[in-house]
Design a protein around this ligand. Structure first.
Ligand SMILES: Cc1ncc(COP(=O)(O)O)c(C=O)c1O
Length: 440
């Protein structure tokens, strides 16, 4: 793609006023335009979402909530935030939304602050099995100030549920926590960063009710699929829901809180502001409103359906080439590729680097019960939200599987073979990207 076609007017202006940043932005715009983005948590926003973020709203302090601000001059900010809230509620079919969390991590932090006291106990999936660091990692606030008990996946290669959530074990872990910690056990968390299967929210609710704890779903990854009806909704089963807005939902980077319970909503609002955050990022909230508006359109449902079809096509094409997909496939936008299926010499960290040489961007990822340490891993995580936004369909997924296999096979043969093959694939990736340009 010609240099000028990628560089926007805004970036050109910055290259004049601040060349150090402008030039790097220009390079990044070109990198995104000419590489295939397979990171499951990333996407390409529309130009409307992009533009909403780069506006005069960034100039304003609007601490507080619509109609109750701590600063003057918020009349239009109230309007924008109310629209964002209204659209979020419509999109997720719930009654209350807080659109102010700066990120998914902050949304979760406020959740702990709202409903738990330091030392309280909650149940979640461990990071190594697909959970998130805000779900109780020891070096995260969630694991340092609160006490996490973790429920397992099924680890039994003979079982059709291998590497899927073991719901009976979730119940056992929760009942144990209740017995051991009594009323200090307060929260059951579901929703993950690297879990390719449908989450059974009604089953989780039954367990939460049995233990008399609150059920929280962190749907950061699957929010767009839920909004489109492509994944079952956490409502009415979950008491509270948090999410990011920038993954399958294809909005700006940010967080969101949702509930049907007025009392829980009030507690969350106070915990987020003034508990955790100061002034809301109103330019981002405007962009969230625009993204929610886009997600309410029928085209977004078609997009989400294609995201899943693409993930399934990619998983099956990789399986045909000898890679093992954990849990034997995917129901959503992502998959974990166990590279050992192809060769025990393949390491996730190396695969990530080799693929980047060819313009295929992904991340190393531990697989359940991974014998390798987190900085190496036996797997990579692949997702289809960004490639689907580009317009890729099943035939392009087949091509990507071939690209991946060619690069990794060459990598196993040594540096010379890798350099040669990655160079060839890089040219083909550029061609493909040119045929499917990013949103303007
Ligand atoms: C399940 C889950 N929750 C929370 C987050 C945190 O989101 P953020 O990076 O916006 O803080 C992520 C991000 O990857 C996630 O996957």
């Amino acid at each position: 793609m010609a240099h000028d076609a990628i560089t926007s007017g805004t970036i050109r202006e910055l290259q004049t006023s601040d060349p150090a940043i402008g030039d790097l932005l220009n390079l990044e715009a070109q990198r995104q335009a000419t590489t295939i983005e397979l990171i499951a948590s990333e996407n390409h926003v529309s130009s409307a979402v992009m533009h909403a973020m780069g506006t005069c709203l960034t100039n304003k302090y609007a601490e507080g909530y619509p109609g109750a601000r701590y600063y003057g001059g918020c009349i239009h900010h109230d309007g924008i935030e109310r629209i964002a809230i209204e659209r979020a509620c419509k999109l997720f079919n719930c009654k209350f939304a807080n659109v102010q969390p700066h990120s998914g991590a902050t949304a979760n932090q406020a959740l702990f602050f709202a409903y738990l006291n330091p030392g309280d106990v909650f149940a979640s999936l461990v990071l190594a099995d697909g959970g998130h660091l805000t779900h109780g990692l020891k070096i995260n606030m969630s694991g340092k100030w609160f006490s996490a008990v973790h429920y397992p996946l099924t680890y039994d290669t003979a079982s059709p549920n291998h590497e899927r959530i073991d719901y009976d074990a979730v119940e056992r872990v929760c009942l144990d926590a209740k017995q051991q910690h009594g009323d200090k056990f307060k929260l059951l968390m579901c929703g993950y960063s690297a879990y390719p299967r449908v989450i059974d929210f009604p089953r989780f609710r039954a367990i939460a009710d049995k233990c008399n704890v609150m059920l929280h779903a962190d749907v950061a990854h699957i929010a767009g699929l839920i909004a489109s009806g492509v994944h079952p909704s956490p409502f009415p089963h979950c008491h509270v829901v948090t999410t990011t807005t920038h993954k399958t939902l294809r909005g700006p980077r940010g967080g969101l809180f949702l509930t049907n319970d007025e009392d829980l909503a009030k507690k969350y609002d106070r915990a987020l502001f003034p508990g955790i955050q100061g002034g809301p990022l109103m330019h981002v909230i405007a962009a969230k409103a625009v993204a929610f508006g886009e997600a309410l359109k029928p085209e977004f449902k078609t997009y989400s359906q294609q995201v899943v079809k693409n993930a399934q096509a990619l998983a099956s094409a990789l399986t045909q080439r000898g890679y093992r997909i954990t849990s034997n496939g995917t129901d959503n936008h992502l998959m974990l590729v166990d590279l050992r299926g192809k060769s025990t010499d393949l390491i996730g960290a190396e695969a990530e680097k080799w693929l980047e040489l060819a313009g295929l961007i992904c991340n190393k990822n531990g697989i359940p019960q991974d014998p390798r340490p987190p900085k190496q891993t036996s797997g990579i995580r692949l997702g289809t939200p960004a490639t689907t936004t580009r317009g890729f369909k099943e035939p392009q997924m087949q091509m990507i599987a071939t690209f991946i296999d060619r690069v990794l096979t060459a990598g196993l043969q040594g540096e010379a073979a890798l350099t040669a093959e990655a160079g060839k694939v890089r040219a083909e990736v550029r061609d493909l990207c040119e045929k499917f340009p990013l949103p303007a």
